[in-house]
Design a protein around this ligand. Sequence first.
Ligand code: ADP
Length: 296
Amino acid sequence: MTQGTAQVLAGPPAAAALLDEARRRAARLPHPPHLALVRVGEDPASVSYVRGKAKKASEVGLSSHVHALPGDTTQADLLALIGTLNADPAVSGILVQLPLPAHLDPAPVLLAVNPAKDVDGLHPANTGALWNAHEGLRPCTPAGIMALLAHHGVPVRGARVVVVGRSALVGRPVAGLLLNADATVTVAHRATPDLGAVTRGADILIVAAGQAHLITPDMVRPGATVVDVGINRVPTEDGRGRLTGDVHPDVAQVAGALTPVPGGVGPMTVAQLLMNTVIAAERQHAQPEVTGELVR
Ligand code: ADP
């Protein structure tokens, strides 16, 4: 919890606004958008994430179905299911819950999803579109971060933004979205020397490094906006563990605004997934020929 002076950039109200918009736009379509949720095996975190996504989908008037495949599903069977969902005009969006069991290779699975239904925004056609500022589906956490900044009135245009982390899921795509929004973007990573010297240059600091409390107050420019994407479980005395971000809580004494963990970026991701499903359905409604096997 942040207890310092920084404004709290709360996720729930921004997520609620995004969900309201998704609900409104879904209601304007002739059929409720449909989200196909694919999961393989019984990894408890995946089971709970997929259940949460299905529940939120119904809350905004989307239909969804959980395709729960057994843990020993073959690559061919998984690809066959994706092919069926690609070809089904009633399916607006397809989400394959990661991680897959170790015997399955995620790359060909993500490649098999029709980019027009790729609501995770991870297909190379969509990541390429993002980097070229073309229309496409954007990855959920990065797009959710942009929506969070917009909701709280943080101006991005011209701002000096430092992104710490270059993962395919967060660092890279959020850097692309920021660039598309006319920010001045620097990407730092594991090999960056003197990270603090770089992060102190940021008006907006986005941290997605997966390292608990990597960012300490001395690394933050006074008054900066700090977005903490990290979700790290740290041990506690009672053995249950506690969630903490990549940003040290004392950064609240220096920053102008800071996202809490939990309750910051987290709620934006699922909201954006549902928004993406609505966007996919809208585009398929306008251009039905891209929903089948034609566009890959
Ligand atoms: P996520 O999925 O949260 O983005 P990953 O674990 O996939 O996180 O990636 C971690 C990213 O954070 C990598 O790009 C790595 O270079 C960066 N990173 C990790 N540790 C540090 C560090 N100490 N300093 C700067 N960058 C780091």
